[in-house]
Design a protein around this ligand. Structure first.
Ligand SMILES: Cc1cc2nc3c(=O)[nH]c(=O)nc-3n(C[C@H](O)[C@H](O)[C@H](O)COP(=O)(O)O)c2cc1C
Length: 259
């Protein structure tokens, strides 16, 4: 249960979310912290990850001023980590991390995925030898409107969203893609991705009766972006993806369209 009434749905949150890089000093309330922690416990049970909320992780952001992002006033962090031996570690961090980002958006909080501009060697991230921190998400209260600095950073990091047609390929199709599939693609266009690379490509093959989602894997963050994109597509269409690069999509209602 959310710590207070909100009419904001997951779908709304997908549309409302933007990366926010300047945080107010007001800490999150205990109720919000408790709620986020309970969500994290649930997601860790589902996934085998060991995500945790660091209420004050500001020291890992000290001294980083000129690099990409220029985050300001960072205090609380969601640290995404898990077993190095988990073949799907990055994808799961993307999937469950974005789940938490949408939860935070519904509560009116700002978030930003951060893979680069923080000190990952800081002792606050110390973990077991068989574990790995994949990246973090900054979280906290923000001004309603973006500050000038934030707008500038947004311009530097946010290149235009690619046209929808570049997010998918249709194989063995005589007609247009079904509406529900295009709605899924639209939600993926709104997803955050590292340096706004938008690397996830969907293939809808009518002959093989399958929809799959792929990344080239050229960037170390591609598999995180894959997990994020799969979550958005699932939320909007109501189906589920198998884990993995090239994982299959399944939806009971649309099985005549594919499998
Ligand atoms: C995996 C991942 C890593 C990211 N790393 C950083 C980062 O290190 N610094 C930063 O300022 N933004 C980072 N971002 C945020 C992206 O720049 C942002 O999502 C993208 O420019 C699209 O803008 P939007 O989130 O406002 O839609 C990252 C996003 C993702 C998904």
């Amino acid at each position: 249960m959310m710590p207070f009434e909100t009419n904001v749905t997951d779908l709304d949150a997908i549309g409302l979310r933007r990366s926010r890089r300047k945080y107010l000093s007001t800490p999150m309330t205990q109720r919000t912290v408790d709620y986020l922690k309970s969500e994290i416990t649930k997601f860790n049970q589902d996934s085998g990850l060991s995500i945790f909320l660091l209420e004050d992780g500001s020291q890992a952001f000290n001294g980083i001023t000129k690099s990409y992002g220029m985050l300001k006033g960072v205090r609380s962090l969601i640290v995404l980590k898990g077993a190095s031996s988990d073949a799907h570690l990055k994808e799961k961090c993307g999937y469950y991390g974005e789940r938490l980002v949408l939860d935070a958006t519904k509560l009116g909080l700002g978030t930003c995925w951060v893979a680069g501009t923080y000190n990952r060697k800081d002792p606050v991230f110390k973990c077991d030898d068989d574990e790995e921190v994949i990246c973090v998400i900054t979280i906290g209260h923000v001004e309603e409107e973006k500050s000038m600095g934030e707008q500038l950073t947004h311009k530097l990091t946010h290149r235009k969203t690619k046209p929808a047609s570049e997010f998918y390929s249709l194989h063995h199709f005589d007609e247009k893609a079904p509406e529900w599939f295009l709605r899924g693609i639209e939600s993926v266009m709104k997803a955050p991705s590292a340096v706004n690379s938008q690397p996830v490509h969907f293939v809808f093959d009518k002959l093989k009766h399958q929809i799959t989602a792929h990344v080239s894997g050229k960037r170390p963050t591609d598999l995180i972006d894959l997990g994020i994109a799969k979550l958005h597509f699932e939320i909007v269409t109501g189906g589920t993806f198998a884990l993995g690069n090239g994982g299959n999509f399944y939806h009971e209602n649309y099985k005549n369209d594919f499998s």
